[in-house]
Design a protein around this ligand. Sequence first.
Ligand code: UT7
Length: 327
Amino acid sequence: MIKLRVAGTGRFLPERVLANDDLSLSLDTSDEWIRSRTGIVERRLLAPETPPAFMGIAAAEKALRQAGLDPEKLDLLVVATNVPEELIPGSSPFIAEGLGLPHEPPFFDIKAGCAGFVFGMAVAGAMMKSGLARNALLVGIEALSRFVDWEDRKTCVLFGDGAGAVALVMADDDRGILGISLHGDPTKRGLLRIPAGGVRLPASFETVQAKKHFLEMKGRGVYQSAVTMMERATLEATERAGISLADIDWLLPHQANLRIIEALVKRLGFPRERVLVNIDRVANTSTASIPILLDEAVRAGKIVDGDILALTAFGAGACYGTVILRW
Ligand code: UT7
């Protein structure tokens, strides 16, 4: 067990709302298609001139404030994202700069597709347990609106922008991470990717012309893998926590598709009323989806002391995992 307490949560959603009907003005799609296949009704979009780090800093400041944690006392900053501010050095230095951390605590990015927040939780928790940090700030930031082809109806309708953060401190009671299961299946790495811009296919005039810098997705393949991956990780993490599924008060699944969530819940035999869902309003915000969902539920008073939560996600890589947390 890793004794820790989520002392603060925060989220930031951009103001601009893009409804399904707005998309159907420029794309061969419809509210009915998107709603029935995904559960998405609308999503938020970050203004093109605003860097995604802005959202991460805003969410992080809220989490730190709620935790009463002075940024100058922060021991560790972990940023999970698929939209680096710059390819090198990523996003974490930009978040550290925005928060103002003159004592220079360590920061780094985690790239584990949409599972980045769950992986980040495990890494931050393990570093706290090992004594490398007494507290940590974990931020999930996503603005995939920058990386999708707005002419590709198969991908662009699915994603929304946003950020979420949690401030973690040591706990001296029985709160904390009870069980973790993390996995990766490299045979699925082709399901979700941006082919160009890395070293295998460097940016060139041709790659831009061929739209190789946009997100490519084999939707059906992702869909089929997602359910079994989250099921496996959740069963394993629950077993490692020494609890049963019936002990879990709230399931917080990555918000990729309502049908994926419902299929997972059905396979697990988990009660639907204990599953948190906000995909209708925010769509798939990738690594930011779980911390946004968590912050909404905490601030609405749904999650209370002693509750057991299961955070489960899958994403590009394919990386997947579940963290069981006693609140
Ligand atoms: O965080 C991980 C991110 N990714 C995901 O979670 C994606 C997981 N996959 C899914 O959510 C589903 O596979 C989708 C929602 C992406 C697609 O649903 P589907 O039931 O698997 O549809 P499909 O890809 O088999 O496409 C069925 C039809 C196709 O038409 P044709 O070729 O059979 O004539 C598509 O072109 O639906 C068409 N289609 C659309 N039609 C209207 C695909 N996207 C759209 C659209 N509007 N936005």
